[in-house]
Design a protein around this ligand. Structure first.
Ligand code: NAP
Length: 235
């Protein structure tokens, strides 16, 4: 199936954590800057996040109660009218996230149209809600995501040629485990963080046990402040 070229771009501590206290350490600052600067390096016009990460800065919250659907739109994919060709792609299997606008507008980032990716578990009320707010949506999977189909639809329906996947860990592993990540871009901050509850770059969700996935090294660069940038390609 045709799909975009997929880059997973992440900032980690020395022990591979992607959240936790290491973020606020003074010594992590240059790596944070480098991570932000490198976001544009890959020329991706779409970035995909999991529900947890969406809640951290792209969605307005979780729907408490949605009004009854006034119209049943069925479970057809929907491309909302928009002349913006940058995208934030949100993994929201049940359909719970709410939005103030169909666009994400963050300082220093290109304006981006929001695409919700849903499974068949999303309710008619939620679909009617997305229509009312002007957010695009696609379906991929019954109750878990069908990741190859999801990527195929992003290319076919939105013309996305290059996609950045940027966490969190559950999201990253959903795609990596199926061999769908073409390139890994890992910025390592020179800080260790032994927090056992912090999420790591790849996290298996429940019953999704899969064999390890090998990559080959493409490039290593160190930068000011003792951080390192690693690039790996799919084997
Ligand atoms: N350091 C970095 O570069 C970086 C970048 C981004 C995020 N983060 C951090 O990562 C943390 C969040 O990581 P996370 O792993 O907990 O969350 P996540 O990957 O952002 O989201 C996990 C949720 O997304 C949904 N999901 C993801 N893959 C799915 C699949 N294949 N099928 C069905 N649902 C799927 C599930 O939602 P349901 O629970 O609704 O089923 C799942 O619980 C945050 O603390 C954030 O700050 C770090």
């Amino acid at each position: 199936m045709e799909k975009p070229y997929v880059v997973c771009h992440m900032l980690t501590s020395l022990d591979g954590k992607i959240d936790g206290d290491f973020f606020s350490a003074q010594e992590a600052r240059p790596a944070l800057r480098e991570y932000g600067d490198l976001r544009n390096y890959f020329h991706c016009n779409a970035t995909l996040y999991g529900r947890t990460t969406m809640l951290g800065g792209y969605a307005a919250g979780v729907a408490e109660k949605l009004p009854e659907a006034v119209e049943d739109f069925g479970q057809e994919d929907y491309i909302a009218p928009s002349d913006v060709h940058n995208y934030i792609v949100s993994l929201d299997p049940d359909g719970v996230l709410v939005f103030d606008s169909p666009y994400s507008e963050r300082k220093g980032r290109a304006k981006a149209h929001i695409i919700e990716t849903l499974t068949k578990k999303a309710s008619a009320g939620y679909i009617a809600y997305l229509r009312s707010v002007g957010v695009s949506y696609i379906f991929a999977g019954e109750d878990r995501f069908d990741c190859p189909l999801l990527l195929h639809k992003l290319k076919q329906k939105f013309g996305i040629e290059r996609l950045m996947i940027a966490g969190g860990g559950v999201t990253n592993w959903s795609f990596a485990a199926e061999g769908l990540i073409d390139e890994l871009s890992i910025v390592i901050a020179p800080v260790a963080d032994g927090n056992r509850s912090a999420v790591s770059i790849f996290e298996e969700a429940g019953s999704m046990s899969r064999p390890p996935v090998p990559y080959t090294l493409k490039e290593v660069k160190s930068f000011e402040g003792d951080g390192v940038w690693l690039r790996y390609l799919k084997k």
